[in-house]
Ligand binder design. Structure first.
Ligand code: IVH
Length: 677
C-alpha cells in the first residue's frame, strides 16, 4: 500500500470514529458537544477523502446516510426469531387482570416490576449487526418473513451503522420502531404540498411510505427516527446480558442505539396505571405520535417462565389510548364567516366518538384543503381529534364511494350578506368583502370586543351578542354602552335582574387599559402581545392613530404586513367614527408610565435570545431584559447589539458570529441581571 493510501486510511478511520462519536452524543445522549459547523467540516473532509480513495469506501461509513442505488423490489428475509405482536388492554380492569394472570401463572404474589414504554406509532423493524457493523434490516412482515429494507434503514439519521462500547455480541439483532416525529411530518407535508407530491394523512403513514421506498435516496430525505425496544438473535450464547429488560435496553444505549426518552420502570399494576396516566396527560405534547403504552415484565427469568401464546408474549401487554382517528360520513359543508371576513368551510358530520368526545363538526380550513382532500358531500371520511385541537378531516376513503357523492361548491358570494367573496393570489383564505355591513363579521367583531381578554364584559356572551345584532340594537361596539334596561328586558333569558347586572358590568368595563382597548378593536393580526407592544411603544392612542408605517414597524414584533393592517385600520373613516363614539361613551385608561429613560443599563440596545436557557425560560429572560431597557428582536442583523445564546443555539448563533455580534452565554446573562436588576 502506498504511503498516501496508508495515510488516507488512517485519516478516514479517525474521521469515521469522530463522526460516530458526535452522532452518539447527539442522538443517544441528547447532549451534543460540538457545534454543527464542526460536524459539517469533518463530514466534508470524510466525503472528500472517500471520493479520492474509492477503494476505502464502506457502506457503513457515516457519510453513507444519503442513500444509494434504487432497487427493483425488496428481497424477503426470514426472521430467525419471530417478530411477535402484543395483546391489548383497553381499560384499567383488563390491565389489573393481566397482572393477576401473571401472578397466578407464576404462583408468586411478590410485586412484579414492569418496563414501561410508550407504544410508538410507526413500524416495527429488526436490525442485524455482525461484529458491530449494520449488515441487514428488515420489516416485521407477517412476523415470520419480512422485507429487506437495509438500504433504507441505513439512511435513518439516528440508526448507528457501527456499534460502539463493551461486550458486543458477534451477532445481535436490535428491534424497535421506525417513526416520523411530528415536526418532521408537518414539514414534510408542507414540502409535499408545495411540490405537488403526496400529502400524508398522519405521521405513521408518512413513516410507512418513506420506509417502503425502493429508492433509498428518497428515504434519506425523510425525517425518520428509530427507537430500540427489544432484542432478537444474540450470538454467541455465552454473551452475558443484564437480567432485566430495562437494563438490557440501557445496554443497547451503551452500544450507541437510541432509546425512547420516556421509558420507565414501574412497580405492580398500579404503578403501570400511574405511568399510563402520566403519559396520557402529556400525549399531545410529545414530539412523536403514540397509540398507547406497553408494559413488559422486567425480569428476564420471569419472561422465560411465562413464555408465549400464539403470536404474543404472555409477559407483555399494550394498553391502548382512546383513538384519535375515526371514520364517519360527511353530511354537508357549511361556510362560516369570521371576524375578518375569512370564509371557513365547516364539515357537518354524522356524530362520531373520537379523541374522547363526540364530534359532529370538523374544519376543512379553506378551498385549497377541499381540493387537496378531493372530498365530496356524502363521502366516508377519516376524522382526527388530538387534544384540544379543532377536529380535522384528514382523508377520504374513496373505496367507499357509491357515485351519489356531490362536489362542494365554494361560494362566490358571502353566505351571510351576499357581498362578493375575494381571494387574493398569495392568500389561501377567501374573504367576504362586506366588512361591517356583513352581520356575521359584525357579530364576530362584537363578540371579540366583549371577550375576556378585551373589554371583559361580564354577562355579554355570544348568544346575547347574536340577539342584540339580530334585534338591530347594536351595530358598533359603542352601541353596547348606550343600551338601556328597556332595550334588554324582553330579550331571551333577560329578566330585570340580569339586565341590571349587565348594565353595571358595562359601566365597570369602561375603565380599561390602552392595550386591551387596542386588542378589542380587532385589527387584523393584532393579538394581545402586539396590542401591548403598541401601547408600551406609543403610550397614547393619539400617537398610534397618527403613526406612519415607518414608525409602526419600529414596534417590537410588528413587521410590514401588520404595520399595514394597523395603518389602514386607523385611516378608515368608519373606524375613526367608532373610536370617537367609544371615547364619547367614556372609555378611559390610565396613562402609561414608562420607566424613566436614560438611566436604564440597556437603553437603546437591541438583543436577540436563542437556544435553551436552563435557569429561566426565554420569555422570562426577554421580560427581564426589556425591563432593563433592551429591545428584544426576533432575528439577528447588523443592528443587533448582543445575542443571548443558550444550549443548542443554532443558525442565529452562526449568523451572530459571522456578523461579529457580541454573544452572551447564560452565565453572562445571569451575572448581568444579578448586577443590574
Ligand atoms: S414490543 C415481543 N415495544 O407495537 C413484543 N412494541 O402491537 C414485541 N410497538 O409490532 C413488540 N412501541 O410495532 C414493543 N415499546 C414497544 C413498542 C412496540 C410500538 C409496536 C410494534 C409492534 C406492535 C405490537
Amino acid at each position: 500500500m502506498s504511503e498516501s493510501l496508508e495515510q488516507a486510511k488512517k485519516e478516514i478511520a479517525t474521521l469515521r470514529n469522530q463522526l460516530n462519536e458526535y452522532n452518539y452524543q447527539y442522538y443517544v445522549l441528547d447532549d451534543p458537544t460540538v457545534p454543527d459547523a464542526v460536524y459539517d467540516r469533518d463530514m466534508q473532509a470524510l466525503i472528500a477523502l472517500e471520493k479520492t480513495y474509492p477503494e476505502l469506501r464502506s457502506v457503513n461509513s457515516p457519510s453513507q446516510k444519503v442513500g444509494g442505488e434504487a432497487l427493483s423490489s425488496f428481497e424477503q428475509v426470514t426472521h430467525e426469531v419471530p417478530m411477535l405482536s402484543l395483546d391489548n388492554a383497553f381499560d384499567e380492569a383488563s390491565l389489573l387482570a393481566f397482572e393477576k394472570r401473571l401472578k397466578d401463572r407464576l404462583k408468586d404474589t411478590a410485586t412484579l416490576h414492569f418496563s414501561c414504554e410508550p407504544k410508538l406509532d410507526g413500524l416495527a423493524v429488526s436490525i442485524l449487526y455482525e461484529n458491530g457493523q449494520l449488515v441487514r434490516a428488515a420489516t416485521r412482515g407477517d412476523g415470520q418473513v419480512g422485507e429487506n429494507i437495509t438500504a433504507n434503514v441505513r439512511t435513518i439519521a439516528n440508526v448507528p451503522l457501527t456499534l460502539r462500547g463493551e461486550g458486543l455480541p458477534s451477532r445481535v439483532e436490535v428491534r424497535g420502531e421506525v417513526f416520523m416525529p411530528r415536526d418532521g411530518f408537518v414539514k414534510l407535508n408542507e414540502h409535499q404540498r408545495q411540490s405537488g407530491g403526496k400529502v400524508f394523512a398522519n405521521p405513521r403513514n408518512a413513516a410507512a411510505g418513506s420506509l417502503r421506498q425502493l429508492d433509498s435516496k428518497i428515504t434519506a430525505k425523510r425525517p425518520l427516527m428509530f427507537y430500540a425496544y427489544s432484542l432478537g438473535v444474540v450470538q454467541p450464547d455465552s454473551v452475558e446480558l443484564p437480567d432485566t429488560h430495562s437494563a438490557r435496553l440501557h445496554k443497547l444505549a451503551s452500544w450507541g442505539l437510541p432509546l425512547c426518552p420516556d421509558i420507565d420502570v414501574a412497580e405492580g399494576g398500579n404503578g403501570c396505571l400511574d405511568y399510563y396516566n402520566r403519559i396520557l396527560n402529556v400525549r399531545d405534547n410529545l414530539p412523536y405520535d403514540i397509540d398507547g403504552v406497553v408494559f413488559k415484565v422486567n425480569a428476564i427469568t420471569l419472561q422465560q417462565s411465562l413464555g408465549f401464546v400464539a403470536r404474543a408474549p404472555r409477559w407483555a401487554i399494550a394498553q391502548k389510548f382512546p383513538a384519535q382517528e375515526e371514520v364517519t360520513t360527511l353530511l354537508d359543508v357549511e361556510f362560516q364567516v369570521g371576524r375578518t371576513g375569512a370564509i371557513t368551510p365547516v364539515a357537518r358530520l354524522e356524530p362520531v366518538f373520537v379523541g374522547g368526545v363526540t364530534v359532529s363538526n370538523a374544519t376543512l380550513h379553506n378551498q385549497d384543503e377541499i381540493h387537496r382532500l378531493g372530498v365530496k358531500v356524502g363521502d366516508t371520511v377519516v376524522i382526527r381529534r388530538a387534544g384540544d385541537v379543532i377536529p380535522q378531516v384528514v382523508s377520504v376513503l374513496e373505496s367507499k364511494r357509491t357515485g351519489d357523492e356531490a362536489d362542494i361548491a365554494f361560494p362566490s358570494q358571502c353566505p351571510v350578506c351576499g357581498s362578493q367573496v375575494e381571494k387574493l393570489e398569495d392568500e389561501a383564505v377567501a374573504r367576504c368583502t362586506g366588512g361591517l355591513i356583513c352581520a356575521a363579521q359584525r357579530k364576530q367583531a362584537l363578540k371579540h370586543f366583549a371577550s375576556r381578554k378585551a373589554f371583559d364584559i361580564d354577562g355579554l356572551g355570544d348568544k346575547l351578542v347574536d340577539q342584540l345584532v339580530d334585534a338591530d340594537l347594536v351595530h358598533s361596539p359603542a352601541d353596547f354602552f348606550t343600551l338601556s334596561l328597556s332595550n334588554l328586558i324582553g330579550l331571551e333569558r333577560m329578566a330585570e335582574k340580569s339586565a341590571t347586572k349587565l348594565l353595571s358590568s358595562l359601566e365597570t368595563a369602561k375603565k380599561t387599559t390602552l392595550a386591551k382597548f387596542l386588542y378589542a378593536l380587532g385589527i387584523r393580526e393584532v393579538g394581545e402581545a402586539t396590542a401591548s407592544n403598541l401601547a408600551m411603544h406609543f403610550e397614547t392612542l393619539e400617537a398610534i392613530r397618527s403613526a406612519s408605517l415607518e414608525a409602526l414597524v419600529e414596534v417590537q414584533d410588528v413587521g410590514e404586513v401588520v404595520a399595514t393592517h394597523i395603518f389602514n385600520f386607523f385611516n378608515e373613516q368608519h373606524n375613526t367614527e367608532v373610536l370617537e363614539a367609544l371615547l364619547r361613551e367614556g372609555i378611559t385608561w390610565p396613562t402609561i408610565e414608562k420607566p424613566s429613560e436614560g438611566n436604564l443599563p440597556l437603553e437603546g440596545k437591541t438583543c436577540v435570545i436563542t437556544g435553551t436557557l436552563s435557569e429561566m425560560g426565554r420569555s422570562d429572560a426577554k421580560a427581564r431584559l426589556q425591563l432593563l431597557g433592551a429591545k428584544v428582536a426576533g432575528s439577528v442583523s447588523k443592528n443587533t447589539d448582543f445575542l443571548v445564546a443558550g444550549e443548542k443555539a443554532g443558525s442565529k448563533l452562526t449568523k451572530a458570529q459571522e456578523l461579529g455580534v457580541e454573544v452572551w452565554d447564560e452565565t453572562a446573562l445571569v451575572s448581568f441581571l444579578a448586577q443590574h436588576e
